[in-house]
Design a protein around this ligand. Structure first.
Ligand SMILES: *Cc1c(COP(=O)(O)O)cnc(C)c1O
Length: 477
């Protein structure tokens, strides 16, 4: 018998980090209780950020040699850290693009965490990937993509745009048969495109050509064509993708998808549609026609974590021909043409999500969205979408009826950009700060063409027209 003590813990050590005992049971009960209370809050407290020094003072250091114990660590989160984060699902969180996850999606996210499925491969995550793919197929269907379409849930629109544009470059290089191997690609996009498109171009060492938009801030095919025609012959062969936006983040504008898509077809150039925010509204009959042409996309993205009532972090990335996504991203195929040809020639329907974007390991982040969609059905999504659109229309009528407010640009989708007549940038800031400080609303001033204005983005079916009226009234004085 060895006299050295066993390195393995036993119950008498009170070691439970990898074992279930009464400590973990207590924690489980406390966490479920917290989660249920949090998702039930209607509305949740708006809350507000604290400065680093305030947090250092109030929370201090949390990482210690002995550990704080679960009760203490959890209470630090619930009492101090969570209240220092703004609740994106507060009905008057109208800055940036808020979120409004359904209860079922959030609760199911707990299940996804507990299951910890490796959803990078079919081998390890078949069931989860199967379900994710049904949710993706619903989106592909709404966009009118053919049955060759397929995709993957990535972390966000930024990751989705990058992966789509990498696939565009892959196809352009394939078509060049070696001629483009050392050529910098060009991406055409509007000045109103999301900053992540420029970031993707930068990451890919591609040149981004910003095409001017029309009077309504819309990217038109005629302007894409004019920019293209103005290029030198050498530059024209460098164009690997045209990016259109289906609902710009700032203004909610939907570009001329049909015209730009047709132009891209004509030039044999990849057509990517960034619908991170706006394409969610495809499920609403009242606005679906505004997306005409999205069916021409070679790739398209939409974020369920924005306006499709899912939790972070979740972007649906779809390829018209999923085989191209696979050929462009499969890690082992990257170096070998034989493998790439093989990969495009025959794609098992049971493909690996890891092979469709710039990533490998991934959580089954599409499952909370899938679960909610499976639970409530697609009609409930259409209904919730129509509600947010109707609240936006009602709020727009209030702006038109008011004397102190006016539109800077016409409302589009669920975005209102409003001027308070006579206000200076300081007036906007004071009002915005007061609304956040008082826990009423989070509406940050932004600028449009150099002018300070208020931009409000509505994605929450619980945002009530009466609250919008109250908000507008608070800007009177
Ligand atoms: C929000 C947004 C993005 C970026 O999405 P993330 O999920 O924040 O990475 C890209 N494009 C558009 C149009 C967006 O609105």
């Amino acid at each position: 018998m060895s006299s050295t003590p066993s390195p393995y813990p036993d119950e008498s050590d009170g070691y439970w980090m990898h074992y279930h005992d009464e400590n973990s049971q207590k924690l489980a009960d406390a966490i479920i209780k917290y989660a249920v209370e949090r998702v039930r809050m209607d509305p949740p407290p708006l809350d507000a950020p604290k400065s680093l020094s305030e947090l250092q003072h109030e929370v201090g250091n949390t990482i210690t040699a002995e550990g704080l114990g679960a009760a203490k660590a959890l209470s630090i989160f619930t009492e101090q850290l969570a209240p220092s984060c703004i609740s994106v699902d507060h009905p008057l969180f109208l800055s940036f693009v808020p979120g409004a996850p359904t209860e079922s999606s959030v609760l199911f996210d707990l299940v996804v965490a507990a299951s910890n499925v490796y959803a990078g491969s079919w081998l390890e995550g078949a069931g989860a990937v199967y379900a994710e793919n049904q949710a993706l197929a619903w989106l592909a269907d709404l966009a009118g993509l053919p049955s060759s379409a397929g995709g993957v849930f990535v972390s966000g629109g930024t990751a989705g745009n990058l992966s789509a544009l990498i696939a565009a470059r892959w196809q352009w290089r394939q078509r060049g048969r070696g001629a483009h191997a050392r050529v910098r690609p060009i991406i055409l996009a509007s000045g109103g495109a999301h900053s992540s498109v420029a970031l993707a171009a930068n990451a890919m060492d591609a040149d981004l050509v910003a095409v001017p938009t029309d009077y309504a801030n819309r990217l038109m095919a005629s302007d894409v064509r004019a920019s293209y025609d103005a290029m030198s012959a050498e530059d024209r062969v460098r164009v690997c993708a045209v990016v259109a936006t289906a609902g710009t983040t700032n203004l909610g504008v939907i570009d001329d998808l049909a015209g730009i898509g047709a132009f891209a077809r004509e030039k044999n150039v990849w057509f990517h549609v960034d619908g991170a925010y706006g394409a969610a509204a495809l499920c609403a009959r009242s606005v679906r026609h505004e997306f005409a042409g999205i069916e021409l996309a070679d790739s398209f993205i939409v974020d369920p974590h924005k306006w499709l009532f899912g939790p972070y972090d979740c972007c649906a990335l779809l390829y018209r021909d999923v085989r191209i996504g696979k050929a462009a991203h499969t890690q082992k195929a990257e170096y070998l043409d034989v493998l790439i040809q093989d990969a495009t020639a025959q794609l098992d329907e049971a493909y690996n999500p890891a092979d469709l974007a710039h990533h490998l390991t991934r959580r089954a982040r599409g499952l909370p969205f899938w679960f909610s969609l499976a639970t409530h059905g697609t009609e409930a999504y259409e209904e919730a979408m129509e509600i947010t659109l109707q609240v936006t229309r009602d709020a727009a009528d209030m702006v038109r009826a008011s004397e102190h407010l006016e539109f800077v640009v016409p409302p589009s989708l669920s975005i209102l950009v409003v001027r308070r007549k006579g206000w200076s940038p300081d007036d906007y800031k004071r009002w915005s700060d007061r609304m956040l400080h008082d826990g009423i609303a989070f509406v940050m001033p932004t600028t449009h063409q150099g002018e300070t204005v208020l931009r409000m983005c509505l994605v929450n079916p619980r945002t009530d027209p009466a609250q919008m009226q109250m908000l507008f009234d608070s800007m009177r004085s």
